[in-house]
Write a protein that binds this ligand. Structure first.
Ligand code: PEP
Ligand code: MG
Length: 574
């Protein structure tokens, strides 16, 4: 029977494929396809892992003290039985043979299938065995990881080459932003999550993957089963499970249309972004990792307007990158951009971007009260002065290789401006003392807290440029958590208070002869391009995949006509 679930559309287009359910705790399990000639050896790898776990469990059983409770031995028996049961062992091997999944992926796919069957059991005792099954799979995954370090596809092999006929779409309850990054260049052609808002960082990274996607689809991962056929409508946020043939046909038609439209837009890549009345508009790109620079150039962006450097700091289990490692990463982007400007933002850790992996559920309920209002971004950097100076030195050093701009997130207080300037002055002095090369680096403030927008003049005394972070500006102006799907309907970029703060920031910045940019998601949404252009904005920064659509809007815009229509509204309608 066909079902529909509704969520928030975050990335255009239509994806049709078989569902791959991934548990949030296992998103870091490697997903890749096995070359046909390696399938039997992959099945053997799984078999070896099973033998190793059987030996482990047997050893535990042997070593049980004679006075251990009998339940313990019985529990180990249950684990051994689950390990050898054909619904785990045989079915997992079948995923490898039929679908060419790597062993880890096959195991987590089968775990999802079995976990659901356990959930549906009437008998409490049997239902609770799900936890045992998860423990057995954890053991197997651990052994597999030890067998070959961190699992990766064979070098030089394009995973898609070995995919079966059917495209695959990813379905998960939640995916942390840093985990989402691993799906860049992955096998999935679309994805759905239960949680998340339109401008949650998971959604932002997903938009960068440039595949149809829906977030905040609530029950999706519970309703969709492993291997179900689903349609993801990235334009409207609808997800259709097991679509009837007529619906499928309609979506296949739309899919072709949207692919043609994409191909047409990519032809604008090299066209300069100039309005009909000849005004140049700077279209820059947002990136998360140095490797994204290639996509920036490919999209025809004229520089990087926002490098979210915090992604270098995430999921490192406390082992944060030092000055040299950061310098290498920043230098790599600067070199790749080959003379085009690179705007590096200092770490914006906190809120929905914790340093270490934490599900949204954990973030919301267990660990931090109001993370969006907590120790985040510049507040965190100023509370870690030596780490902050390390980052500043790394950015300054990278400027010796090409034009670099420095951007500071979430400033609201004059004391934070002062703290930033002092840290920067010290970092510069330290480099001079050490005889390290660096060039002039313009300093920018992100305007993403209403307080900053309201005292923009004070910011302009000390900063060379500003970049409006509309994602947070909306969140903090309207008091709506941007990552919370339950209030997503109130997250309104068109709210007059939001538009007023943006327009004011642009106007006052231009009056001082400085550049104002927008780097939040509004910049990449073509629905807002005319409004932002009418406000005078001439610098936009967005995910590379959005550049050509926004450029199309710029090419159609005539500032003279728009201003005339605003000044003489009656004339246009006569
Ligand atoms: C913003 O808030 O609009 C922004 C660009 O920063 P981030 O999305 O990383 O918070
Ligand atoms: Mg922000």
């Amino acid at each position: 029977m066909s079902f529909q679930v509704f969520g928030l559309a975050i990335s255009r287009g239509v994806a049709i494929g078989r569902a791959v359910l991934v548990a949030s705790s296992r998103v870091d399990v490697a997903h890749y396809f096995i070359e046909p000639s390696r399938i039997e050896s992959e099945v053997q790898r799984l078999g070896m892992a099973r033998d190793a776990v059987a030996a482990e469990l047997g050893g535990l059983q042997r070593d049980l003290p004679s006075d251990a409770p009998t339940e313990l031995s019985a529990l180990l028996d249950v684990h051994l039985m689950l390990l050898h049961d054909d619904t785990l062992a045989g079915a997992t091997a079948q995923w490898i043979r039929d679908r060419h999944y790597n062993a880890e992926w096959a195991l987590s796919a089968q775990l999802e299938v079995l976990a659901r069957q356990f959930d549906e059991m009437e008998n409490d005792y049997l239902r609770e065995r799900k936890a045992d099954l998860e423990q057995v799979v954890e053991r197997l995954l651990r052994v597999l990881a030890q067998q070959q370090g961190h699992a990766t596809p064979s070098p030089g092999v394009d995973a898609r080459d070995f995919a079966g006929e059917d495209p695959l779409v990813l379905v998960a309850n939640d995916i942390a932003p840093a985990d989402m990054l691993q799906f860049k260049r992955s096998v999935f052609t679309g994805f759905v999550t239960d949680v998340g808002g339109k401008t949650s960082h998971t959604a932002i990274v997903a938009r960068g993957l440039d595949i149809p996607a829906v977030v905040g689809a609530r029950e999706a991962s519970r309703i969709i089963r492993q291997d179900d056929w689903i349609v993801i409508d990235g334009d409207t946020g609808v997800v259709i499970i097991d679509p009837p043939p007529i619906v499928l046909e309609e979506y296949r038609f739309r899919q072709r249309q949207s692919e043609l439209e994409r191909a047409r837009l990519t032809r604008l890549r090299r066209t300069p972004a100039v309005t009909l009345d000849g005004q140049r508009v700077e279209l820059l790109a947002n990136i998360e990792l140095p490797g994204d620079a290639a996509a920036v150039l490919e999209a025809g962006a004229v520089g990087v307007g926002l490098f979210r450097s915090e992604f270098l700091f995430m999921n490192r289990r406390g082992d944060l990158p030092g000055e040299d490692e950061q310098y290498e990463a920043y230098r790599a982007v600067v070199k790749a951009m080959n003379g085009l400007p690179v705007t590096i933002r200092t770490v914006d850790i906190g809120a929905d971007k914790p340093l270490d992996r934490m599900s949204t559920h954990e973030l919301r309920h267990e660990h931090v009260l109001n993370p969006a209002l907590g120790l985040r971004a510049i507040r965190w950097s100023l509370s870690e002065p030596s780490m902050f100076r390390q980052q500043l030195r790394a950015v300054l050093r990278a400027s010796a290789h090409g034009p670099v701009r420095l951007l500071v997130p979430m400033l609201a207080h004059v004391s934070e401006i002062r703290g930033t300037l002092e840290a920067l002055a010290r970092a510069r002095q330290q480099l001079r003392d050490a005889g390290r090369e660096h060039a002039h680096v313009p300093l920018g403030a992100m305007i993403e807290v209403p307080a900053a927008a309201l005292m923009i003049e004070r910011f302009l005394d000390d900063f060379d440029f500003v970049s409006i972070g509309t994602n947070d500006l909306i969140q903090y102006t309207l008091a709506i958590d941007r990552a919370d799907e339950s209030v997503a309907h109130l997250y309104d970029p068109w709210h007059p208070a939001v538009l007023e703060l943006i327009a004011r920031t642009i106007r006052k910045t231009h009056a001082r002869g400085k550049v104002a940019s927008v780097c939040g998601e509004m910049a990449g949404d073509p629905a807002f391009t005319p409004t932002l252009l009418a406000m005078g904005l001439r610098s936009f920064s967005m995910q590379p995949a959005q550049i050509s659509t926004v450029k199309q809007q710029v090419l159609r815009f005539d500032a003279r006509k728009t201003l005339a229509a605003i000044e003489h509204p009656q004339a246009g309608s006569a």
